[in-house]
Design a protein around this ligand. Structure first.
Ligand code: HAM
Length: 431
């Protein structure tokens, strides 16, 4: 197989060790925050029946029409790599009987698959953290979810992320709006681009999302959704906005925010990263009060959001707010073959005695100079040097790596006490 035919699949990326620190930091901070708000983790399969996504996301959405990775089983069953997690979480809650009047606060994470045109921030395999609150009808949970995401940005040290929100109302008010919109765009059909022509009868609300500059004038003149909201949705949305203001969470009401999945009703929102270019939504979601009943479960109001991991990682790296990755504490340098063999057993004993410390033992030989170079690169603060002669005397040497301090010979039996004591006196890595 040539190197060219070994290429990774287009739009699907490896996460290399140089980037993994940012991923793990985001994963740790998010999991701890969701737990602190009472959310429990749930894991659902990457593959579901194609029909689930068609029913949940909607036949006329971009995702279902052209972005799903779908394949057939031998028996003809059609399966799809999940393009998002909400449908799978709703399916899992129903098929595992988790609902039955219960309220559930769940989160999940993992890879999602959409056959989109890859570009910076847009991939065919990407990762999401998806947070879902099932069984809550009032605006309070909308507000708490938004406050939780605002806190996440704060804990991650990210600024320049703006909150946009809108209300899509009930299916009835949306239907009335849809009719008005089809009427308006039909009147202006000559001004619509090919994409919008196609959406006109399947999914006219998505025309409002058009990024085509030539479409902006006709979109700007379109009737706006808030004018068609029913009284209850209006009240719900007013409560969300007023409480966010009282909580000093800045937000912008965007009457053209419609979202690309059909299951939404009432509150929808999107956090947008100012520094991200065209693929700037870092976290989006909203209510899906009708979805669970529509899938055959008990009527259960719900709301959730999903955060795009690659995009948040990009912001973390731009902001330089990724904590330094934890390297070794002690790098073990060895002399001859005998010292190396004895050293392997000694270092295992030290790992037993000092389970909190990271020992990296030199592997692959090399003279002392080469081994000290590797020790430096490892980030360790201390080198443990096992020479043949010292080992025969029952001793080893300890040498601080980040400070100009002399090497000190230490009896092997004293190492378990001496190593942590010495590390305590040394400044942090780089000091
Ligand atoms: P979504 O807006 O389709 O919503 O995706 C959520 C987030 O996933 C986006 O804001 C973006 O950060 C990221 N994302 C989407 N597509 C890509 C891509 N091709 N490459 C990189 N990142 C991407 C949902 O998926 C809903 N399930 C959210 C939700 C949960 N609503 C209620 N609960």
């Amino acid at each position: 197989m040539s190197a060219a035919s070994l290429a990774a699949v287009r739009g699907m990326n490896d996460v290399l060790p140089a980037d993994i620190g940012a991923w793990q930091h985001l994963e740790r901070v998010s999991a701890a925050l969701f737990a602190a708000y009472g959310y429990e983790e749930l894991r659902v399969p990457v593959v579901e029946q194609t029909g689930l996504f068609k029913r949940a996301i909607g036949e006329f959405t971009d995702i279902v029409e052209k972005e799903m990775f779908t394949f057939s089983e031998a028996d003809g069953e059609s399966l799809t790599l999940r393009p998002e997690a909400t449908a799978g979480v709703a399916r899992a809650a129903i098929t595992n009987g988790l609902l039955r009047g219960a309220r559930l606060k769940l989160w999940t994470c993992g890879p999602m698959f959409r056959h989109e045109r890859p570009q910076a921030g847009r991939y065919r395999q990407f990762h999401q953290f998806s947070v879902e609150a099932l069984g809550f009808a009032g605006p309070d949970i909308d507000i708490e979810l938004i406050a939780m995401s605002a806190r996440l940005w704060k804990q991650l040290g990210l600024t320049g992320i703006t909150l946009k929100l809108n209300s899509l109302g009930t299916p009835e008010s949306r239907r009335a709006y849809r009719e008005q919109l089809v009427g308006y765009f039909t009147q202006h059909a000559a001004l619509l681009d090919a994409d919008s022509q196609r959406r006109l009868h399947g999914n006219p609300l998505r025309i409002l999302d058009s990024k085509n500059p030539a479409m902006q004038a006709v979109v700007a003149g379109a009737p706006l959704l808030p004018e068609f909201l029913d009284a209850e949705s209006r009240e719900h949305f007013a409560a969300v906005c007023a409480t966010l203001t009282a909580m000093q969470i800045p937000h912008v009401v965007d009457p053209r925010l419609v979202r690309g999945l059909d299951y939404y009703s009432r509150t929808v929102f999107e956090w947008v990263g100012d520094a991200l270019g065209s693929q700037n939504a870092v976290c989006s979601g909203g209510r899906y009060d009708g979805l669970i009943a529509q899938l055959g479960g008990p009527a259960t109001p719900a709301i959730g959001f999903a955060m795009g991991v690659e995009r948040v990682v990009m912001l973390l790296q731009q902001a330089g707010s990724v904590p330094a990755s934890a390297g070794a504490d002690v790098y073990v340098i060895t002399g001859g073959e005998r010292a190396t063999r004895a050293g392997l057993a000694l270092v295992e004993r030290l790992r037993d005695a000092l389970p909190g410390l990271r020992f990296e033992m030199n592997q692959g030989g090399g003279n002392f100079k080469a081994q000290f170079r590797r020790a430096d690169r490892s980030g360790a603060r201390l080198a443990l040097i096992l020479g043949d002669e010292e080992m025969e005397r029952g001793a080893a040497a300890l040498k601080p790596l980040r400070q100009e301090l002399a090497q000190a010979e230490t009896p092997l039996a004293e190492l378990p006490a001496r190593i942590p004591a010495l590390l305590d006196t040394l400044q942090d890595r780089g000091g």
